[in-house]
Design a protein around this ligand. Structure first.
Ligand code: COA
Length: 203
């Protein structure tokens, strides 16, 4: 979305900065293009997320420049809050977490995430999802004011599935053999969390 003010077009970014203990979330920016490009070169990530599409570098440049001003979605870059040898905290993207397909009437949306391989298994994903759940179910204008957040996960991805379950996502159904990973068929598991589930898990 753009705001017009005094003849100028001001580009609005959607989504706040959210700071946790390990990870910080901020809207994706043009400078994240290289890291996003690297994540798309990771075959394991492509397999686990079920991504078949290929992207050109130009498409990634354009996407990172514009995605945070697009309606109907929040695209967060994850950055690490670990203090470097130089005593600073890096603003480099270590992964992305996205709320998209927002339906304003049903107050529902989809969520997806992935981190770069070198940042996996360190608790960043768990905390990023917790921060996004808090944002998703907090009332507007500070949160997204959602009622339901859903996702799908492949049966070949037990790490992600168990992580979602441990954070309150509930399995809704299984689309048997709905995905072909290049060698084998696998199931697509549908999961969701409702605002009531979230409130009872945090109270
Ligand atoms: C899924 C992903 C985002 C998780 O982020 P992460 O930072 O690696 O996750 P965390 O370190 O916070 O937590 C991983 C959890 O999975 C557990 N885990 C790790 N490997 C596992 C496995 N093979 N089976 C089950 N659980 C596993 C860990 O013990 C940890 O649980 P804990 O927090 O209770 O200790 C990340 O691994 C990733 O990007 N994977 C590739 C892309 C992907 O699968 N995206 C999701 C598509 S649905």
């Amino acid at each position: 979305m753009n705001l017009f003010w005094n003849g100028l077009v001001l580009e609005m970014t959607r989504g706040p900065e959210i700071v946790g203990e390990l990870v910080r979330l901020r809207p994706i920016e043009a400078k994240d293009a290289q890291r996003m490009w690297e994540s798309l070169q990771d075959d394991e990530s492509m397999r686990l997320t079920g991504t078949h599409r290929t992207f050109t570098r130009e498409e990634i440049d354009e996407w990172t420049q514009t995605v945070s001003s697009r309606d109907g979605r929040y695209d967060f870059a994850m950055t690490s809050l670990a203090v470097t040898k130089e005593g600073t905290v890096s603003d480099e993207m270590i992964g992305e977490i996205v709320i998209n397909e927002i339906d304003d009437i049903a107050r529902s949306a989809n969520m997806r995430l992935q981190s770069l391989p070198q940042y996996r298994g360190r608790g960043y994903g768990r905390e990023a999802i917790s921060l996004v759940l808090d944002f998703a179910f907090s009332p507007q204008p500070h949160g997204a004011g959602l009622h339901r957040l859903s996702l799908d996960v492949l049966s070949i991805n037990p790490r992600a599935r168990m992580l979602y379950e441990s954070l309150g996502f509930v399995q809704e159904g299984v689309l048997r053999d709905a995905h072909f990973d290049g060698e084998n068929y696998c199931d697509v598991i549908l999961m969701s969390i409702l605002e009531d589930d979230y409130e009872s898990s945090t109270s």
